[in-house]
Write a protein that binds this ligand. Structure first.
Ligand SMILES: [Zn+2]
Length: 244
């Protein structure tokens, strides 16, 4: 069976002498691995389309339970020189590593694919805002997987109060009445920014006036949040990012 789908290239590993096994996050089938025959040969016509971080239209042949074989790949989006910009490189790597970790094989998730594709497009066109785009990706992707934090009222009693802490284990805001001994409140501004990233489009987010310090704070909170819901998994790319 021939399958046509848009996809993001997540990673590739060598296989036999000249082949590659490429992991794609496809729009139609979810995460899928495909075999690319002769990919390591200099003249492979598929070589451009299977670079990591590339988005393209792909056609592969799938028969029974065999590894699908890639037949065609047409590039839609490619980073021109990601290695020249360490910020984009790390952010793109994070998106791919995140999808590879959380997405199960062969379970389509078009909404998540759209978020991933949008994020990769923005990282290419708005590279200076890589850290803000990445923060938006983190909170939106957690929400799409059913882990949206509650940011409008206390997650335990449901009441609206003036002061809250952000409880990662409870999944959002907790008022001082419910946790009287842990009084490290988050500010109204932090609540507003987290809601902005969760609920509005990237276009709106990128128009907002947000300081670099605030973006870093959100990334730290979201990293802890993601780590909690991934059973303590630490993304390699995130460690690299923090060193920039
Ligand atoms: Zn409460």
């Amino acid at each position: 069976m021939l399958i046509n789908t848009k996809a993001l290239v997540l990673k590739s590993v060598p296989f036999k002498e000249s082949d590659l096994i490429v992991t794609l996050f496809t729009e139609r089938l979810g995460k899928t691995t495909v075999l690319v025959k002769g990919a390591k040969k200099m003249k492979s016509r598929l070589s451009h389309s299977i670079q990591v971080f590339t988005i393209g239209h792909y056609t592969f042949y799938k028969k029974n339970n065999n590894l699908p074989i890639l037949r065609q790949g047409d590039v839609v989006l490619a980073h021109k020189n990601p290695s020249l910009n360490f910020g984009i490189l790390s952010a793109s790597y994070y998106v791919c590593e995140f999808i590879n970790f959380f997405m199960p094989e062969n379970e389509p998730n078009p909404k998540f694919f759209n978020l991933a594709a949008k994020t990769m497009h923005l990282l290419t066109s708005r590279s200076k805002e890589a850290l803000l785009i990445l923060a938006g990706f983190k909170i939106k992707s957690m929400a799409l997987m059913g882990y949206a934090p509650c940011l409008t009222e206390c997650v335990l009693c449901g009441q609206s109060k003036d002061d809250y802490i952000f409880s990662i284990s409870q999944g959002g805001l907790v008022c001082d009445g419910c946790l009287p001994h842990k009084n490290k409140f988050i500010t109204k501004r932090q609540r507003f920014l987290m809601l902005l990233l969760l609920r509005t489009t990237f276009e709106e987010i990128l128009k907002a006036d947000i300081q670099e310090k605030e973006i870093k704070q959100m990334n730290i909170i979201f990293n802890k949040y993601i780590q909690y819901y991934s059973d303590g998994h630490i993304f390699k790319s995130e460690q690299v990012f923090q060193k920039i």
